[in-house]
Design a protein around this ligand. Sequence first.
Ligand code: ATP
Ligand code: MG
Length: 743
Amino acid sequence: MYSDLLANLNPEQREAVTLPPVNQHGQAQSALILAGAGSGKTRVLTTRIAWLIQTGQVSPIGVLAVTFTNKAAKEMMLRLSAMLPINTRGMWIGTFHGLCNRLLRAHHKEAGLPSTFQILDTQDQLSAIKRLLKGLKVDDEKYPPKQLQYFIAHAKERGQRARELSVGDDFQAKMAQLYEAYDEQCQREGVVDFAELLLRSYELLKHNEAIRTHYQERFRHILIDEFQDTNALQYAWLKLLSGHDASRINVSSAGSSAVFAVGDDDQSIYAFRGADVENMRLYEQQYHPMMVKLEQNYRSHGHILDTANYLISNNTDRLGKNLRTDAGHGEPVRIFDAPSDHAEAAWLVDEIKALVNSGIKRTEIALLYRSNAQSRIIEHALFSAAIPYRVYGGLRFFERAEIKHALAYLRLLENPNDDTSFSRVVNFPTRGIGARSIEAVQDAARAQNSSLYLAASTLDGKAGASLGGFVRLVDHMREATRHNTLPETVEFVIQNSGLIQHYLSEREGQDRVENLQELINAATAFIAEEGYGQDATAATLPGENAPGIVEVSPLAAFLSHASLEAGDNQAQAGQDAVQLMTVHSAKGLEFTSVFITGLEEGLFPHENSVNEQNGLEEERRLMYVAITRAKERLYLSHTQSRMLHGQVRYNMPSRFLEELPSDSLKWLTPKVKDARWGGGNSYGNAGRSGSTWQDGYTRQRDSETNDFFDSGSDRQRPAKQLGRVGSASTTVTRMAAPPRGNY
Ligand code: ATP
Ligand code: MG
């Protein structure tokens, strides 16, 4: 009986699930469930589908449900089949992209696509754009492919074709022209990019009345999770499908559908991709939904929830709501102040081991960070401690494309005959070496039975000239770095290969630039750990080297290290592994224990956001999302010094730490005070010498709470601070040579 479905819900949830989908005039009645994190929105949405089906108000084929990720869609189908004896396979539950793809597959002819149309991912799309520019002989310095890609995506997200754009100047006119040419190329080749999936299916519904009416009549119930992160085109798509498009007469001749939207304005974190929380307000005005607020949180213990509530109350632009829990206070939120990023990682490893020993599964432990570049040091520490881990929603550090490109250049310095590396970067970043030149060099190499590198120097003509340029570049980099330290070599190569410049011009290239700079840090750390880079006279005494042992260059050793770390210890899907992810990709998920690392000004909140109110509020929402992922244990950590973007930075602790309720916190290290907060500057231990976590303290465990604590009481050091007063983050040292010891 359906009452079973409702048995596991509280009264507000039950009210939300059973809201009447028609009003007293017999018209579709929409709903908005506005509620904070962990209040059961996703559960309510899923149960609503089951309830509608079980009470005979709709059949499974009459439901369309939108989730934020494919994983969430799968979970929803699993839950549904546990609740109802139905086959969920054919149901229209998926992401916007997934559902649009399905619509276009079913009506490819009407949409003007071949039945076999292929989807371009972001990388494929970029290659397609480059090819287009080359074919049209367009100067790609003047019209950078990445910029064109952004231009196209942005226009499509607003529902605009090239012809509909109003162009302000010659540059924009040219971009619009290229956008049109790009669309024509895609059409010719039978491919669609992500934004095109949505726009094409929007246009299909808009212009084809028969199809529109069919789906409007079919989907009488449309349900959307994470509504706060929909963009303009998605909202327009929804309005069309639900028969609410006021801009067209007769569009709702089929009558309108009941939309059931659930969301949390405090968790809107995708504005940078065009998501607009304003859609929630528009929805209220245009759909007059019945509103239900859920205020009971089922996920997190009291202290965690108080922390989240307290933090988010600092935002001004809110629709307003609060959360309570019956779960009791639970454990306090633990805060750890680490002297360095390495110490932070070492502490994480210790805590994770302790949690696992206490019976918590590794998959129930999440390590969250604001920027991808932060994962490297954490990954390394986990790897060294043989703790299986999985990087979620992103590649592991050494597998990322930009890192592989940089490593390919480095490999060519070491071994020019490495054809794989040669092929990877011969034309990356683009340097006008076309497919024909590459074919020519491959033929020549085959004929001469030599490597591509050697064959390149034997070619003449245009191919010879362009390939010769690449060979000279690599030779030059090798010569120029002959006497450099490893980190200097890495830095020289990422600069002179053009990789940094290339990614700087990309729409979302900042993360990749940070990762490349992180590679310099990796080299620095590697040198320190392996004992390279010590003064040769001091390090080796005459006759100390055992005969027969070939000295491997630091670069060669580093490259093997990178391959091993990339290929090894990869947690298998389903293996019990610690979960690593950015805060963005943690949305909607929950874990028993959560660590939020790198809580420093400039990092979290991110430095790009702190100067504008909107940016800062979005960062705070991101922090709110992070905190509310935790069920039982939450750990926050920040470091006094961190290698970031190739520099050691002494960051101030994140302002968010000051926005938390002190009653819910437990400092594992003496509480950080900061001049900015009027507490005097007693922040200790910023230097890399002196006491550090690794060498300065005896760690002990509190037998009751199982927490580590410092036994060193001299942790507070008189302020010999660099860059702690005044600016949020001051660069102190430019790392050119690896530091000695203690790093
Ligand atoms: P988020 O905003 O993070 O997406 P949410 O509002 O969608 O969160 P859910 O993920 O649906 O919340 O629920 C959070 C947790 O609380 C889940 O583990 C869910 O099973 C549990 N839960 C929800 N409602 C109840 C209830 N009435 N009784 C017991 N557990 C519940
Ligand atoms: Mg949810």
